[in-house]
Design a protein around this ligand. Structure first.
Ligand SMILES: Nc1ncnc2c1ncn2[C@@H]1O[C@H](COP(=O)(O)OP(=O)(O)O)[C@@H](O)[C@H]1O
Ligand SMILES: [Mg+2]
Length: 246
């Protein structure tokens, strides 16, 4: 049984069909990359999986159980965590307490603030943010905020982690470093990852399988190096560049 199954999911905003009968299946332990031009529906799919939006049609199954109709916190407690494309930490709280709060909220039911802070410290070391533990989250750089966002999701104890463009806006060196962190995290926590990423090269290097969303429909799926060579994929990306005048 796949860990995550998205079955014929559609979502319409007014007249716009953001998701149009999307199917996706992710196996346990897999890193699955989801790419596609701006506005393709990638974040909408994450919103549906994590319960922030209700699908108009279709099913989402996790561990074989239907997630449709559950609230985001219920889905989180079942083991699905996500990051947001626009990172939104509690800016006035310290980095440590941002993570500790997620530890308290998550599945492990850590009962004390002290226990949560201990766990948070360990997690911050993992993403090399331990030196920043006591500064307010609002003072972090973009790269640091992205790492905090990941670690807050990780702190809830997920089986499946959804990463939404965590490498966007990073320098090439920071992007490489983020890739290494993601690999390291997956190994330590036996995570299954679904990664939305604009940087096709980085996500190709991380993923076991990949799929491409365009105008709400999957246009290709399979082995990463084959997917990026698919003629429809090349057309979708070139079309986007042309429309931006690049
Ligand atoms: N809450 C919303 N209300 C109305 N339109 C939305 C909403 N969320 C996304 N959209 C629209 O749906 C389409 C897909 O958006 P999105 O899923 O954010 O794409 P991607 O993440 O692939 O760039 C876009 O045209 C976007 O403007
Ligand atoms: Mg998006």
């Amino acid at each position: 049984m796949p860990l995550l199954e998205v079955i014929h999911v559609s979502k319409t905003f007014g007249g716009l069909r953001a998701l149009d009968g999307v199917n996706l299946s992710v196996e346990r332990g897999e890193t699955f990359g989801l790419i596609g031009p701006n506005g393709a529906g990638k974040t909408t799919l994450f919103n549906v999986i994590s319960g922030f939006l209700q699908a108009d049609e279709g099913q989402v199954r996790f561990h074989g159980h239907d997630l449709v109709g559950l609230r985001p916190h219920q889905i989180c407690r079942r083991g699905v965590a996500r990051t947001f494309q626009l990172v939104q930490p509690f800016s006035d709280m310290t980095v440590l307490d941002n993570v500790a709060a997620a530890c308290l909220f998550g599945r492990h039911r850590i009962a004390s603030i002290q226990g949560a802070r201990e766990r948070a410290r360990h997690l911050l070391e993992l993403v090399r943010l331990d030196a920043k533990a006591s500064v307010p989250a609002g003072s972090l750089t973009l790269s640091e905020r992205k790492r905090l966002e990941i670690v807050r999701a990780l702190a809830t104890g997920p089986d499946l982690l959804l990463l939404d463009e965590v490498m966007a806006g990073l320098t090439p060196a920071e992007g490489q470093e983020m890739g290494a962190t993601i690999r390291h995290m997956q190994a330590e926590f036996h995570l299954t990852l679904l990664i939305i990423e604009h940087n096709v090269r980085l996500v190709t290097g991380l993923s076991h399988r990949m799929a491409v969303l365009n105008h709400g429909s999957m246009i290709a799926e399979g082995e990463p190096t084959e997917v990026v060579r698919h003629p429809e994929v090349i057309k979708a990306y070139l079309g986007e560049r042309r429309s931006r005048g690049a």
